[in-house]
Design a protein around this ligand. Structure first.
Ligand code: NAD
Ligand code: UFG
Length: 338
């Protein structure tokens, strides 16, 4: 059992990870400024886990608050989810993204170093890969120049962490490159709750299903894929949460900085996802084809063999499970946590 600081723990992936950490008997301290989440998620996590966590409402950019937190709790390791993630917003407000995601991460790493805490799991993204790479993407393939400022912040923080570790080998860092997290906890009590119009496919689709949006726009049907629509590697958020536990256990016993892809290794197209959603949940999804979205690649899916062999992790959930669980969460919480 270890004491784990989870930054951004009230968010979508963070809240699911807290459940798994509590189930594994870790002590959990969440730091979140609630800019894209609600405390209700944390209350529900504790209900589901039948265990308590500590919640500190605060910002990773607040160095004094971080110092106090590390002085108060003898933290063993940090899982760092806190960050902004809206691609369109990052194009409009680059400084906000650089400040929150890059400066905020640096402030966290400084506080960790001061406190002598060197074990870290960081939320990165498959978006850091060079677009010229052909899927399945593996960790030895080159990173590129991300097409948006959000992706750029992920790449920058990865590089900062690699350099920190090269300079001081006390650091032990896991860089997890997520593919496309979807789904929700089986209880349907926590799930993804985006503010405003969803950017991502799954929350948009479930909001159409629940009647909050008129129809789904499928961005492009002329890609070089089997049915012309974009292909992605969707992964159940509970499988992703478990990958954090495996990465944490790995890092608690080792040093170095290591990258792992967290995906299922299987690509699904937008049309396949929509059609399977209809079959699994018995709901018709009105849709139209619309032009390609700027910055999207045709196909992105993971080679996950490194995570399977080194982390002892294995995804358990199928695409059908992901679609059923996403829908059950949305159906039972039509307006999210509100
Ligand atoms: P989310 O928005 O649901 O969770 C992020 C949490 O961080 C929120 O609770 C938010 O309030 C908090 N936060 C943001 N800035 C903060 C700050 N300065 N100080 C304290 N708290 C702050 O997002 P998520 O989907 O759970 O993503 C978690 C992490 O994974 C993010 O870093 C994201 O970029 C990364 N990621 C997500 C995806 C995805 O598709 N969801 C894919 C790849 C990587
Ligand atoms: N799509 C639609 N209609 C929509 C939304 C999306 O057709 O309304 C399509 C996209 O064109 C793409 C697929 O559905 O082909 C998936 O799109 P998402 O926006 O759900 O996900 P992305 O693959 O674009 O992005 C996700 C995360 C990013 C991360 C990236 C890494 O949201 O944070 O994966 O590959 F950086």
């Amino acid at each position: 059992m270890a004491k784990i600081l989870v930054t951004g723990g009230a968010g979508y992936i963070g809240s699911h990870t807290c459940i798994e950490l509590l189930a594994a008997d870790h002590e959990v301290i969440v730091l979140d400024n609630l800019c894209n989440s609600s405390e209700e998620a944390l209350l529900r996590v504790q209900d589901i886990a039948t265990k308590v966590m500590t919640f500190v409402q605060g910002d990773i950019r607040d160095s004094a608050a971080l110092d106090r937190l590390f002085q108060t709790y003898a933290i063993d390791a940090v899982i760092h989810f806190a960050g902004l993630k809206a691609v369109g917003e990052s194009q409009k407000f680059p400084q906000l993204y650089f400040d929150n995601n890059i400066a905020g991460s640096l402030s966290l790493f400084n506080a960790m170093e001061k406190a002598g805490v060197f074990k870290l799991v960081f939320s990165s993204s498959a978006t850091v890969y060079d677009e010229a790479n052909v899927s399945p993407l593996n960790e030895t393939m080159p990173t590129g120049t991300p097409s948006n400022n959000y992706g750029y912040t992920k790449l920058m923080v990865e590089q900062i962490l690699q350099k920190l570790q090269q300079a001081d080998e006390r650091w032990s860092i896991a860089l997890l490159r997520y593919f496309n997290p979807v789904g929700a906890h089986k209880s349907s009590r926590i799930g993804e709750d985006p503010q405003g119009i969803p950017n991502n496919l799954m929350p948009y689709l479930t909001q159409v299903a629940v009647g909050r949006r008129e129809k789904l726009s499928i961005f492009g049907n002329d890609y070089d894929t089997a049915d012309g629509t974009g292909v992605r590697d969707y992964i159940h958020v509970v499988d992703l949460a478990n990958a954090h536990l495996c990465a944490l256990n790995n890092r608690l016993n080792q040093t170095g900085c290591r990258v792992w892809n967290i995906g299922t290794g299987k690509g699904s197209s937008v049309l396949e996802l929509k059609n399977t959603f209809e079959q699994v949940n018995g709901i018709e999804i009105p849709f139209e084809f619309s032009p390609r979205r700027e910055g999207d690649v045709a196909t992105s899916f993971a080679d996950n063999t490194r995570a399977l062999s080194e982390l002892g992790w294995k995804p358990q959930y199928s695409l059908k499970d992901m679609l059923a669980d996403s829908w059950n969460w949305q159906k039972q919480n039509p307006t999210g946590f509100n």
